[in-house]
Design a protein around this ligand. Structure first.
Ligand SMILES: [Mg+2]
Length: 284
């Protein structure tokens, strides 16, 4: 009972981060969601109307692909396919995400900023047609460029959106000493960073440390280490879940084993989920 209730409270607590009703209400059962009452004796109190006013949080996601010479051609193709698959998957989940795609080696090209991506006639084809740069691996310089030139309004970034940068790289950078300052700039803009390491180069301690620097903390949630590019598809679902969690959508595994979506601003299905998920606890 305690375990189930604890898990449920954790899930509801996480969801409450994104639902901020302004109405507070006294409950004779459990007072949650900053004002919502959850019945525990076979009834649930209606949600306050303020819940319907919650704001959908937008998310801007930028991909940064390592196109340096150490990446084999087929590996670069796999990277692009990974990006396309991830974007397509996320677009099916929510329409509040914007995307941008860039590549770096010695320099950094923003192939499609947020505006260009949304206007693209066939964005997937545009991604697949990106030509690998070859050359060096100036990771810090690339991150700095994106902070200053991509996560800005003129490139289509939205000031109040969650900002996510996904760096996919196969090797150690050549400008590692500049990483702390680049990361500091990204942190100042509250850019959440995922680091996806691929290739044998990341078997080294130094390379792993660099991945940890690139990524947000804790590293276990934001660093993915795979032995080869083919394994990228295996982390797709994990990455997707993390992004969806940031988007504010959680999945409640009810004690009956059903999986039901909980979204912030869909009051009716959410209320149904709460009822189905909460009330049976009294019988446990
Ligand atoms: Mg390289």
């Amino acid at each position: 009972m305690n375990g189930v209730l604890g898990l449920l409270l954790l899930l509801l607590s996480a969801a409450s981060t994104y639902v901020r009703p302004v109405v507070t209400k006294e409950c004779d059962s459990i007072n949650m969601f900053g004002g919502m009452c959850l019945g525990v004796r076979g009834r649930s109190t209606p949600l306050p109307s303020a819940l319907e006013e919650c704001q959908v949080t937008d998310t801007d996601i930028a991909f940064l692909l390592d196109g340096s010479g150490s990446v084999a051609g087929y590996e670069f193709t796999t990277m692009k396919n990974f990006v396309v698959n991830l974007i397509q998957t996320l677009q099916k989940k929510t329409n509040n995400i914007q995307f941008a795609v860039s590549q770096y080696s010695s320099g950094c090209d923003i192939h499609m900023n947020f505006n260009e991506f949304s206007r693209a006639y066939n964005w997937a084809s545009s991604v697949r047609n990106i030509r690998q740069q070859q050359g060096g691996t100036m990771t810090a310089a690339a991150i700095s460029k994106l902070v200053g030139q991509l996560f800005v309004s003129s490139a289509g970034a939205r000031p109040n959106a969650n900002k996510i940068l996904i760096v996919i790289t196969d090797g150690e950078s050549e400008d590692g000493s500049n990483l702390p300052s680049a990361i500091a700039r990204a942190d100042a803009k509250k850019i959440i960073r995922y680091a996806i390491g691929v290739g044998n180069a990341f078997d080294s301690y130094r390379a792993r440390q660099e991945l940890d620097k690139i990524a947000s903390s804790p590293a276990k949630d934001y660093v993915f280490k795979v032995s080869n590019f083919g394994a990228l598809s295996k982390i797709l679902s994990t990455l997707e879940e993390n992004i969806i969690a940031i988007e504010g959508i959680a999945w409640l595994h009810s004690i009956h084993g059903r999986v039901r979506p909980i979204t912030r601003c869909q009051e009716s299905p959410w209320r149904e989920d709460v009822s189905l998920g909460i009330l049976p606890l009294t019988d446990v």
